[in-house]
Ligand binder design. Structure first.
Ligand code: SF4
Ligand code: FES
Length: 305
């Protein structure tokens, strides 16, 4: 894990030099720029970059949104390690004896400009593993008043993987993703395991068959750098090993099939139809009641295809 929760209590060096890797797609030129800034306790790398952008050089391009380690959009290489800029304290990466912070774009994602990388291929891989619960009963899915119960042990099996924010740091650290662009990568494979392990999901067989290929878990070298850099303490390397083990058992007809839990209606509860909020009633030209009656946007056959 690259996140030090106590770093915010430490005071960073008063002045820090930021070395920022720049890239201009129009000229194809790459270079480094240096900026010296004054810091304060609690300042993150993202705070510092925004200060540089505001006060010294507004041309630096980077991506961020939530500024609280949730959206996963501010990943970059900080002092050689993939990290979230908003979750990295200056005090973690700069010292009085070495008050220098280097910042580069994430590896294994194409660079658009400066620190901004293109996640299109990454999200295509994510999408390709169908990262959602698949149930075959449409009514059960769409009525919205049923519950899928699971035991605390079953929840424990997948809880860690539900913490993934798709920040792509693991993918950036992966040596296989660096050399084989077809490799699904740690994030997508962790999602496959998350849904195979989910007792509510009914497509575990299709998922195992679909992922049983070269670009799936078999290409992993188990460097485990993915797990080492994850800011959410997800362990994609372990998920890949669990997936491999499940695949071997599945091929031998020994994978213990979990029976997907039936959805149940909470006892004694007939779900009252929620009235639409007043502001929704006033949308001009939109018949929300009619929209509610429309079939689901994604038919279940498509989810299973
Ligand atoms: S597994 Fe961790 S590092 Fe990888 S995308 Fe999810 S949160 Fe980011
Ligand atoms: S800005 Fe959202 S995770 Fe950093």
């Amino acid at each position: 894990m690259t996140f030090d929760p106590k770093a915010a209590t430490r005071t960073p060096p008063k002045k820090v030099v930021f070395k920022v890797k720049r890239y201009n797609p129009e000229t194809g030129k790459t270079w480094w720029d240096e900026y010296e800034i004054e810091t304060y306790r609690g300042m993150t790398v993202l705070d510092a970059l925004l200060k540089i952008k505001e006060e010294l050089d507004h041309t630096i391009v980077l991506r961020y949104s939530c500024r609280m380690g949730v959206c996963g959009s501010c990943g970059m290489i900080i002092n050689g390690m993939p990290r979230l800029a908003c979750q990295t304290q200056i005090a973690e990466v700069a010292t009085e004896s070495n008050p220098v912070v280097t910042v580069e774009p994430l590896k294994n994602h194409p660079v658009v400009r400066d620190l901004l990388t293109d996640f299109t291929a990454f999200f295509e891989k994510h999408r390709s593993v169908k990262p959602y619960t698949i149930r075959k009963n449409i009514e059960e899915r769409e009525t919205g008043d049923m519950e899928y119960l699971m035991t605390p042990e079953e929840h424990e099996m997948l809880y860690e993987y539900t913490l993934c924010i798709s920040c792509g740091l693991c993918y950036s650290a992966c040596p296989v993703a660096a050399s084989d662009k077809r490799f699904l990568g740690p994030q997508a494979l962790a999602y496959v395991w998350r849904y195979v392990a989910d007792p509510r999901d009914e497509a575990w067989r299709e998922r195992l068959e679909e992922v049983d290929k070269d670009e799936g878990p078999w290409s992993c070298h188990y460097a485990a750098s993915c797990s080492a850099v994850c800011p959410k303490m997800v362990d994609p390397a372990a998920a890949i090993q669990r997936l491999r083990s499940a695949l071997v058992k599945y091929r031998m007809g020994m994978y213990k099939k979990r029976v997907a839990k039936k959805a149940t209606r909470p006892e004694g509860q007939v779900k009252p139809k929620k009235p639409l909020p007043p502001e929704a009633q006033t949308l001009p030209g939109v018949d929300l009641e009619a929209l509610e009656r429309e079939p689901p946007v994604v038919p279940v056959e498509q989810l299973l295809a």
